[in-house]
Write a protein that binds this ligand. Structure first.
Ligand code: F6R
Ligand code: MN
Length: 191
């Protein structure tokens, strides 16, 4: 018998990056799970904890921690603000610090904050088609500065892992807030 051409193991919607397939997992992060992330604690407390801030689709063809493999995902950050600060992801260093990652913009508009281990922070604009190389030893966080969902694709080594602890302690030195209707970077309200 000749070899068979099989169906792909996963499928991606080319427009918004939505993933489907057996090895695709979907997760949701609500405001209630983001204590200490936003600067304005009063505004944070006044918002319903069940508010969805972001969702992640992840295609894991190999198990996390596997050396030599890759993981693939799409992150969807909702539009919204806590006080003047735009909705964003928790942000993390990779547990294996030297592991890098690619991000690319799919829909909406936002900012990618990156911070090295010395706390030096840079910010790149994310728009459909923008491509972002996140080097190793660099924490990363997505911020939605628009009024529609920000969809961003990602591909990273399967053994990278996530370290949220260091970010929870020191935060990022820059925040993205709205001033006169526009997103600006500020050092105020540093966690
Ligand atoms: C994977 C990666 C993304 C994020 C996602 C959610 O290494 O960078 O898939 O995991 O954008 O953000 P966090 O993980 O910071 O909650
Ligand atoms: Mn990452």
């Amino acid at each position: 018998m000749s070899a068979m051409i099989s169906a792909p193991r996963a499928v991606m919607d080319l427009k918004n990056g939505a993933l489907s397939g057996e090895a695709v997992a979907k997760s949701v992060k609500t405001l209630g799970e983001l204590h200490g992330v936003f600067a304005d604690t009063e505004a944070f407390a006044s918002l319903p904890g069940e508010t969805v801030v972001y969702r992640v689709h992840m295609y894991a063809p190999v198990a996390e921690q596997t050396e030599g493999g890759l993981l693939f995902g799409t992150s969807y950050v909702q539009p919204g603000k806590v006080g003047g600060e735009y909705f964003m992801t928790k942000g993390h260093f990779h547990q294996k610090r030297d592991r890098g990652e690619f991000y690319w913009g799919l829909e909406g508009r936002g900012v990618l904050l990156m911070m090295d281990e010395q706390g030096r922070c840079t910010a790149e604009e994310v728009t459909p088609g923008s491509l972002h190389y996140i080097p190793g030893f660099t924490a990363h966080r997505l911020v939605n500065t628009g009024d529609v969902t920000l969809a961003v694709g990602a591909c990273w080594p399967s053994d990278a892992g996530h370290d949220y602890g260091s970010i929870a302690q020191t935060g990022f030195p820059l925040r993205v807030v709205e001033r006169n209707g526009l997103p600006v970077l500020t050092k105020e309200g540093r966690a």
